[in-house]
Design a protein around this ligand. Structure first.
Ligand code: SF4
Length: 310
């Protein structure tokens, strides 16, 4: 059996010989038997399993046994494996068998699933998976219908249920840039956190057209997500104008300290997940920093947010 491996992961495993500026800290693998999803922003939608790309990342194929051997040879190259999947209910049994192989290695394993697979998510957590990432992606009913072509009424209630039961092991993936206002986006973040879940934040990567989000708005969403997850602020204490976040309840030096020298602007998700170059090309400004920020990067990110002082 073959499996796709992200280009950066393949370099760390020695399967590809190339240089990279920032190495992944999680092994990103892709199991996709043809996705039947219709997400507007994805290069693999509509069963396009031939596409070598997911987001900006290239995923060459290798023999599973060879990948497993590399992953488990000491010193272990990764402390987490993330098995990304296309939405294909017909291949769920095969996916479970594959996930068992990774769980058996003893390395913390995450799997990404569709919001329509909450029952499978619960079953796989029971099997010994460490975390599950759920690709909700859109933050509201309207954008969910528009970009995921799926029913909010059908998918959101079971997701809430899953969060209430196992939220500390669920990362809900949200993409900023699909047309949700900052206020709608923050409302969804707060609702997920209130139900016990965590957020893995992405910027829209316009592989099928459209525009990436403005940095100012994205930095504000990163700050809100971070402070909200740390229970330092709540939606009700923030100010919005025409859907834009204009002020946080913490400012100045307190805000600087709370954002922990830029950790707020780093990739969010499971432990050790840094996803380099999912949202940007090498050399471009990072939406999600895959490494610690320099003092200059941090002050630039702070200034970009353009929030009211007091
Ligand atoms: S947060 Fe990272 S490691 Fe966790 S499921 Fe999402 S992509 Fe995978």
């Amino acid at each position: 059996m073959k499996i796709r491996v992200s280009y950066g992961t393949a370099i760390v495993l020695g399967l590809v010989h190339a240089r990279q500026d920032v190495a992944p800290t999680t092994a990103y693998l892709l199991f996709d038997r043809g996705c039947i999803g219709q997400c507007s922003f994805c290069s693999r939608a509509h069963g396009n399993e031939r596409s070598q790309k997911l987001a900006r990342v290239i995923w060459p194929e290798f023999e599973l046994e060879q990948v497993l051997e590399k992953l488990t040879t000491p010193p272990l190259p990764f402390a987490r494996i993330c098995l990304q999947t296309g939405y294909n209910p017909a291949s769920e049994n095969e996916l479970k068998r594959l996930a068992r192989r990774f769980i058996k290695t003893g390395i913390a394993t995450s799997v990404t699933l569709s919001p329509s697979q909450t029952a499978l998510a619960a079953e796989m957590l029971e099997m010994g998976l460490d975390h599950v990432g759920i690709g909700l992606d859109a933050a509201s009913k309207t954008t969910y219908a528009l970009h995921k072509k799926k029913s909010w009424q059908q998918d959101w209630p079971p997701l809430l249920d899953l969060l209430q039961k196992s939220g500390d092991r669920i990362e809900v993936h949200l993409i900023f840039g699909l047309g949700d206002s900052e206020e709608a986006f923050c409302q969804r973040i707060q609702a997920i956190i209130d139900s016990g879940g965590k957020i893995s934040l992405f910027a829209l990567t316009p592989v099928n057209g459209g525009n990436p989000p403005e940095f100012a708005a994205y930095r504000r969403m990163q700050a809100f997500r971070f402070l909200c997850e740390k229970r330092l602020i709540r939606l009700e204490d923030c100010s919005f104008s025409d859907g834009k976040l204009t002020a946080l309840p913490v400012t100045g030096e307190t805000l600087n300290k709370a954002l922990e020298n830029g950790d707020a602007f780093r990739t969010s998700g499971c432990g050790n997940c840094n996803r380099p170059y999912y949202n940007e090309r090498p050399g471009q400004l990072f939406y999600n920093y895959p490494r610690p920020l320099s003092a200059k990067e941090f002050s630039e990110a702070m200034a970009t947010m353009n929030l009211a002082e007091e």
